[in-house]
Write a protein that binds this ligand. Structure first.
Ligand code: ADP
Ligand code: MG
Length: 258
């Protein structure tokens, strides 16, 4: 890790009408670090991630990102075109539902090749061979390169999303419940794959999950959210072994007793 965060989030907030979805969220993300955002359903995790990923506009706060070439930009106040270009080239976003993160009308290969074309690749043969390598990297048989994602199982669709989002070698990848809705055995394999690919590619990641087991397996550090606010943060092992906030203690003990 270098000596400066790649992302500095400060005072981030978002309300839907009078309902506050998240409030005063502050954290740093370091190069190569995996940060888990945990909390029960409705605690504001997806809203936070969608604000970071530019899907919705935050009402307050700054999202200062250190660009690949150096130089910091506040994505919360950047112009729309510039923000989109940066996110496309330097970030990935694995959505909770593959329907939101894949294009079901085009082949698996096109799903992986498109982000490359979006950042300027033009050589068809190279794009196809890179797509093929990435399918193999996420344990999808490269012979299925021309198949539509609709013929894939839920676990394969999530792996395809991961390939689509890592193929451009992003600096930061956001993942919203990447193993949610999958069978337990499929989840375990997918978690191993995510852990390996994130480490191998040196990418920084923010992983939203309601599952402390996912956080323990993937994350260096954790934020615990409750009703839109961060109630505790710290190194994953320390936080899970010795939770300080009453709410985190409750979360941890409820997992241990099931
Ligand atoms: P989580 O991902 O932790 O389950 P969300 O970020 O989806 O939580 O939701 C946080 C709160 O914001 C919830 O109370 C939810 O009902 C509300 N919320 C989320 N999205 C919307 C929306 N588009 N319109 C109105 N309220 C929303
Ligand atoms: Mg959510």
């Amino acid at each position: 890790m270098t000596d400066a965060p790649i992302l500095r989030v400060d005072g981030l907030g978002k309300a839907y009408g009078r309902r506050i979805a998240c409030r005063d969220i502050c954290f740093d993300l370091w190069p190569g670090e995996v940060l888990a955002v945990v909390g029960e359903s409705g605690s504001g995790k997806t809203t936070l991630l969608n604000c970071l990923g530019g899907l919705i506009a935050a009402d307050a706060g700054t999202v200062r990102y250190t660009r690949r070439g150096g130089g910091e930009i506040d994505l919360a106040t950047a112009g729309e075109a510039e923000r989109r270009a940066i996110l496309r080239a330097e970030w990935g976003f694995v959505r909770q539902n593959p329907r939101d993160g894949l294009r079901f009308g085009v082949s698996a290969g096109a799903n992986v090749g498109e982000p490359l074309m979006a950042i300027g690749s033009r050589h068809f043969g190279k794009i196809r061979s890179t797509a093929s390598e990435w399918l193999e990297a996420v344990e999808i048989d490269a012979h299925r390169i021309d198949d539509l994602p609709s013929g894939f199982s839920g676990g394969m669709q999530q792996r395809l999303q991961i390939a689509r989002n890592l193929v451009t070698h992003p600096s930061i990848v956001l993942m919203d419940e990447p193993t949610g809705g999958l069978d337990v055995s499929v989840q375990a394999k997918l978690l191993d794959l995510i852990r390996r690919l994130v480490r191998e590619n040196g990418v920084s990641a923010i992983v939203v999950t309601h599952d402390l087991g996912v956080a323990r397996l993937l994350a260096d550090r954790m934020l615990v959210m409750k009703e839109g606010e961060v109630v505790e943060s710290g190194l994953t092992d320390q936080l899970l072994d010795d939770p300080q906030a009453a709410y985190t203690q409750l979360l941890v003990s409820s997992v241990l007793t099931v």
